[in-house]
Ligand binder design. Structure first.
Ligand code: PRT
Length: 115
């Protein structure tokens, strides 16, 4: 583990906890909660934030430091979870889809689409 890093939870555990926090805050006070504020602004704003954060990830990857990419990737994952929650899509559904794909080469999967 890089020096100065604490020992974080398992990534899936942390993302599940964040998903639960987001669900709880959604109905909170927009003056006190960023999630509640995003919820009050609606799905369009949530989707816009995902687009913005994705662009910032691209910029950090191409021109920034690895540390900058860490920050932008965290922003993107957070905003994606907010948007998914609003759409009724759970982290478990996404991990199940990734699990279904596990072991299938992307090259082989793409080739199978044309046959
Ligand atoms: N992980 C995050 C997290 N990551 C980023 N952000 C916020 O996301 C915002 C993004 O900043 P921007 O300048 O892009 O957004 P903005 O100023 O709203 O932008 P525009 O309206 O101008 O587009 C900042 O306010 C960040 O603090 C987050 N806010 C909350 N969380 C988690 O969500 C939990 C609940 O947060 P609250 O709902 O605020 O209690 C927190 O305990 C955290 O665990």
């Amino acid at each position: 583990m890089p020096a100065g890093m604490s020992n974080p939870d398992d990534p899936t555990t942390l993302l599940s906890r964040l998903e639960a926090t987001i669900a709880a805050r959604r109905v909170g006070d927009p003056d006190a909660s960023y999630v509640a504020r995003l919820n009050a602004k609606g799905r369009g704003k949530m989707a816009q934030k995902v687009g913005e954060e994705a662009t910032e990830v691209v910029i950090a990857a191409l021109t920034g430091s690895p540390e900058a990419l860490v920050g932008e990737a965290a922003d993107l994952l957070f905003h994606l979870l907010v948007l998914m929650g609003d759409c009724g899509v759970s982290l478990a559904q996404v991990t199940a889809e990734l699990e279904r794909r596990e072991g299938t080469s992307g090259i082989a999967e793409k080739a199978s689409r044309s046959s």
